[in-house]
Ligand binder design. Structure first.
Ligand SMILES: *Cc1c(COP(=O)(O)O)cnc(C)c1O
Length: 390
């Protein structure tokens, strides 16, 4: 079987893929068929805060797969309330709808917000430039980046966009028809942009004053990534609705819409649904993930990782003129270059390190919080060589 040829033959070319094909993962490492290993700074595209194939998650999936894989949502599933309680007790009082992905969590959040706003004449959404909210039509419309939107216009009506971290622009954009502001507590894909606490607190007050909802897209920042259970907690604010996915299932496809009870309770039977949403298999993976994060002090480890990254990044900036800036929150970290970062990632791949570059110039790290000091040192050493070559 020729994997690469058959990709060309049978699979849409929506991704720029890099070789080799990986067949196994363990912790911060992935392996190709020949047994070559690569250090992964981006395990599972942001889902792997616990690394690849964490034993507690693997065991939970194996046991659940043998017991019951799927159950339709018109029956009670004993795992959903157990998982929901784990989430709610670590976030804010609310109720959950389970879905399968980040984009679906955003889509559903917008339905919940419009349903809340329908008697108030509130149906519009305000989102931010350089945001990323997913690829389905509503989520794509929320994603204020021309490169993702342009082939698919016309998009969904009712959206306006403002610069990130700009309270004045928010103030101007929110009107009496606004249902919700949707934003990431840290813009991930947009370049690891961390807003000020003043902005986030001001935005919370603004939404309250103007009578619209605040939806946090916690798909990338949630479930421990930022060194808090959820990214918004760093800013000392609480959203009305949040969208969760990625780390929640450690790679098992699960998403969640979490809404304050008075908003959640407006959703009636038939208003939303999902065949797979929160099935026993993914719930088992998510429960194991939440428990492992707690048991292994992953929040503390994510916070500590940021300090270590700062050490490397500070040194890189002093040493190499091409390094413009660095920033992070817990285990999400960005090193911004003055030039495109793709050659650094290509060099790293050659040397057995998987790195990501977003927004053309930002080396983005979404590592496992369990990455060891030796692993980090090896990986950053290779990246330094790549940066030195620019
Ligand atoms: C990844 C991501 C999404 C989309 O999630 P999918 O599971 O790919 O649909 C939405 N929002 C943010 C912030 C993300 O990082």
């Amino acid at each position: 079987m020729n994997v690469y040829e058959n990709y060309d033959k049978y699979i849409m070319k929506t991704y720029t893929r890099v070789k080799p094909a990986f067949v196994k993962g363990q912790g911060s490492w992935v392996f190709d068929a020949e047994g070559n290993k690569y250090l992964d700074f981006f395990p599972g595209w942001g889902t792997g805060l616990l690394g690849h194939c964490h034993p507690k998650v693997v065991t939970a999936i194996q046991e659940q797969a043998a017991r019951l894989i799927h159950l339709p949502n018109n029956y009670y599933n004993v795992l959903q309330p157990e998982l929901a309680e784990l989430v709610i007790k670590r976030s804010f009082p609310g109720k959950i709808f389970f879905c399968n992905s980040g984009a679906e969590a955003i889509e559903g959040s917008m339905k919940v917000a419009r349903n809340w706003g329908k008697d108030k004449g509130r149906y519009k959404f305000v989102t931010t430039f350089n945001s990323f909210h997913g690829r389905t039509f509503g989520a794509l419309t929320a994603t204020a980046q021309e490169k993702y939107q342009s082939p698919f216009k016309p998009l969904v009506p009712g959206f306006s966009y403002v610069p990130y971290d700009d309270l004045e622009a928010m103030d101007k954009a929110i009107d009496s028809e606004t249902a919700a502001v949707i934003l990431e507590p840290v813009q991930g894909e947009g370049g690891v942009n961390i807003p000020s606490k003043e902005f986030m607190r001001g935005l919370r007050e603004l939404c309250d004053k103007k009578g619209c909802l605040l939806v946090c897209d916690e798909v990338q920042t949630g479930v421990g990534r930022c060194g808090y259970w959820f990214g918004h907690q760093h800013f000392g604010i609480t959203p009305d609705i949040m969208a969760v996915a990625k780390i929640a299932g450690s790679g098992a496809p699960i998403g969640m819409i979490v809404a304050k009870p008075e908003i959640a309770d407006l959703m009636q039977p038939g208003y939303h649904g999902s065949t797979y949403g929160g099935n026993p298999l993914v719930c088992a993976a998510a429960i194991a993930t939440f428990k492992a994060i707690e048991e292994e002090d992953i929040l503390g480890k994510a916070k500590a990782l940021k300090e270590k990254f700062d050490g490397y990044a500070k040194r890189f900036k002093e040493k190499y003129d091409v390094v413009k800036d660095y920033r992070g929150l817990g285990a999400i970290y960005g090193i911004e270059l003055k030039v495109p970062g793709a050659p650094v990632c290509a060099y790293a791949l050659e040397k057995g390190v998987l790195a990501n570059c977003t927004h053309n110039v930002v080396l983005r790290f979404l590592p496992s919080a369990l990455m060891t000091e030796e692993e980090l040192d090896f990986g950053m050493g290779v990246l330094e060589e790549g940066i030195a070559k620019l």
